[in-house]
Design a protein around this ligand. Structure first.
Ligand code: ZN
Length: 201
């Protein structure tokens, strides 16, 4: 960004907006002009929504999904099948699976995938917390980590951890393109991948 072109306030706004994922300096400038040209109270509502979300959102103490109530609405829903736990990498994967409308179990959000190259070991993920959730009432754990190298490594690691606990452990089917992120997978393909899950051990 050419800092001589913009006023100091504008430069600051563009700078903050361009930190958002997928927003380059041109898009950031366009958004900044939109915001400052709004006549109504949109800028105030936008900043309030951002601050409010950051203040109210937390991780569910049971499944570690992002929520503004703890336990989250999924964990609190007695109409759901609490004997089936679907393990995903990120909170956004929960949204992707919920969109299929086919899954009625509960979730466990790991907070990432194993990646020794990036310094992400088992301690960095909510793996101990998952193992603690495996009570005799839990009948199945579905490993729905992504289908890239890191997701597969994580699934194999979890399968080995869960094996001595005697719980049925399944892996989503490979109908998805290799390396596919759940969030970019269409609902029908994701629903098929869940339906076609197989025992991993
Ligand atoms: Zn929860």
């Amino acid at each position: 960004m050419d800092s001589t072109v913009y006023s100091e306030s504008m430069q600051k706004l563009i700078g903050e907006l361009s930190r958002l994922p997928g927003i380059g300096s041109k898009s950031a400038a366009r958004l900044a002009y939109f915001i400052v040209n709004c006549d109504d109270d949109y800028p105030a509502r936008l900043s309030e929504a951002i601050t409010g979300a950051k203040m109210n959102l937390r991780h569910c103490s049971v499944c570690h999904n992002i929520t503004d109530q703890d336990p989250c609405p999924i964990c609190s829903d007695m109409g759901r099948d609490h004997s089936t736990i679907c393990v995903v990498e990120q909170a956004k994967d929960v949204i992707a699976i919920e969109r299929t409308r086919g899954y009625r179990g509960v979730y466990h959000v790991l907070g990432g995938a194993l990646s020794p190259m990036d310094g992400v070991g088992p301690e960095e993920l909510k793996i101990t917390e998952l193992v603690k959730r495996i009570t005799p009432e839990v009948r199945e754990v579905i490993l729905a980590t992504s289908l890239g190298v890191e997701g597969e490594t994580t699934a194999m690691y979890l399968a080995r951890m869960l094996s001595p606990l005697g719980v049925r452990t399944t892996r989503i089917a490979r109908g998805l393109p290799s390396g596919a992120d759940l969030e970019y997978t269409d609902e029908a393909t994701l629903a098929n991948a869940l339906d076609g899950r197989r025992e991993i051990i």
